[in-house]
Write a protein that binds this ligand. Structure first.
Ligand SMILES: [Cu+2]
Length: 129
């Protein structure tokens, strides 16, 4: 199990009914900013097991960054392209199970320099069947 050493991410929600664009099956949109060496988000949303979440990552740093979503067992659920400074990219992850997940940047030694964070996916409050 992971310890709580990494900072918890505060996710910002953009409204689940307004996730336009491709796909259309997105339950929530999370906007993240990547810098040296951290991921930032403005507000906090709750991700439930079963949710499909679109991650919009903007690089406001001076170096290239990217973003991967990993399970606590290091299975990769989603990954952006390498993002140039000032650029952005989007990826979508579906969280099948509650638990702790990781957001990391896997470029060079960024992760060991602190470019990671963890967040929790809670059990679904209503069983749809
Ligand atoms: Cu990075």
């Amino acid at each position: 199990m992971l310890t709580a050493a990494a900072a918890m991410l505060m996710f910002s929600a953009c409204g689940s009914d307004d996730a336009g664009g491709q796909g259309g099956d997105v339950d929530a949109v999370v906007e993240l900013t990547a810098v040296e060496f951290a991921f930032r988000a403005d507000a906090r949303i709750t991700i439930e097991a079963g949710d499909t979440v679109e991650f919009r990552v903007r690089n406001e740093g001076a170096l290239e960054h990217q973003m991967e979503i990993l399970t606590s067992e290091s299975r990769r659920l989603a990954m952006t392209e390498r993002i140039a400074p000032g650029g952005s990219d989007t990826t979508v992850a579906t969280f099948d199970e509650p638990g702790v997940y990781l957001v990391i940047c896997d470029i060079d030694d960024h992760r060991s320099l602190g470019h990671q964070a963890e967040f929790e996916v809670v059990a679904a409050t209503s069983e749809a069947g």
